[in-house]
Design a protein around this ligand. Sequence first.
Ligand code: C2E
Ligand code: MG
Ligand code: MG
Length: 466
Amino acid sequence: MARIERENGRVEWRQEKARQAALDASGILDTGPEPIFDAITRLAADYFKADTVLLGFADASRVWIKSYWGEPVQELPRKGSIFERVLAEDGPVVVTNINDDAELRVRRLPLRRLDALSFASAPVRGGDGRILGNLTVFCSQPRRPMATTEMHMLESLAEIAAGQVELRRMRAAGSGAQERAQEPETGDWPSRAELRQALERKQFVLYYQPEIELATRRIVGLEALIRWQHPERGLIAPLEFIPAAEETGLILPIGDWGLSEACHQIMQWHAEEAGGMVPRVCVNLSARQFTRQGLADHVEALLRQTGVASAQLGLEMTESSLVPDPGTALEVLVSLRRLGVSLLMDDFGTGYSSLNHLHALPFDVLKIDRSFVTRMTEGEQPLQIVRTIVELARAMGMEVVAEGIETSEQGAMLRQLGCRYGQGFLYSRPVPAETVSAMLRLPGRVLPEAADVPGWEWRGAFSKTE
Ligand code: C2E
Ligand code: MG
Ligand code: MG
């Protein structure tokens, strides 16, 4: 008997060592407060009408609270904590009335201070599935047993926290180097003079990539993507010149050109009567365009001049473009929204505080960054991140578009996760406006499978930029 206990003790000790190693690899205990976690606790508090929400990660003796909503709590003794219960259950724990729970009455936990009568707690797991911490909502009222959807929401929020921890671990483990390698070289080229000249000589063009409904392959939108048709260098991708345009301030006239060009193109497609309403066209905006208070007025004037209905225009921006001046960004977004244009958050998940902004800003659509879609088939963790993004968007009444779908396996997985829309090379690369005209005349605007059409060319419409 004693031998078995000793054996069990050893196994537990080894498991605890592995858990601690996973915690160390994430570096989570070394970090300061992070807005992403505050967004999670705030969302949980809203959703559960909770009095207190705690998100904590446990080392050998303490639970370190990384974010709280309600009662300020920095750390708790691990012994007898809810974390230990979650660890023992290897899953969520729900207590609807603490007074009915003998163990809790004896131990008292830290609950007395929190004046809680009920709580629910979900594990926050590392990439290998080990429980690193827990997300707990406390209510001062006894609660009825939780509905499955409620429990699901709590687990989803805990998974988002886990996703952030995992992203940090991956970045620390060297994917940061890969990201840096993909970062554009700004160098000396192009100069301000060259960009200005390109604008004057009308060397910029917009390509359009269809956004489709995954279940039907029907075109539901188009994303405008700029290219530079350089007389000597050929077609140049935006990442090679947009950073220089931002640095030199020329992104403002270039951005204005892009918006105007897209609006004129919408009217051109209308004139072609390309099979009914022209799908919404989304234009990418960069940070500099947001620091202008007058952006909404500019867009309004443009819509009026060109006769484009506001519902036909979408504006895409990344979270990082909102960060430099969140106050102005919010004002600008609210006025754009009032005009009736759609607002799309681009590259979602790559910023450092995604949820924080998502919660506070009036977006209609969330675009899941290509990096998640690419990694989705590689393992459970990226898949979970995508799943939670989809669920979260649904809870907030937002649509989701997955970016960068390249394989039918990715398309099928996304559909299974409840993601309705997507774009990617699997369906079509970005193509010139004339090609879009032809696409809009396809029956039902359904993009055929490449295999269906001999000589299928949109998908293969290869440009030097990709
Ligand atoms: P984005 O807005 O996230 O656009 C998506 C990018 O992913 C596009 O690259 C598109 O060609 C590429 N893409 C789409 N599907 C796939 C796929 O299945 N696989 C792969 N590997 N890539 C895919 P692109 O056109 O080179 O644009 C890059 C970025 O440049 C855009 O990212 C956007 O942030 C920026 N950009 C493009 N046009 C404009 C513009 O007019 N103004 C501003 N400010 N930025 C722009
Ligand atoms: Mg975009
Ligand atoms: Mg994107």
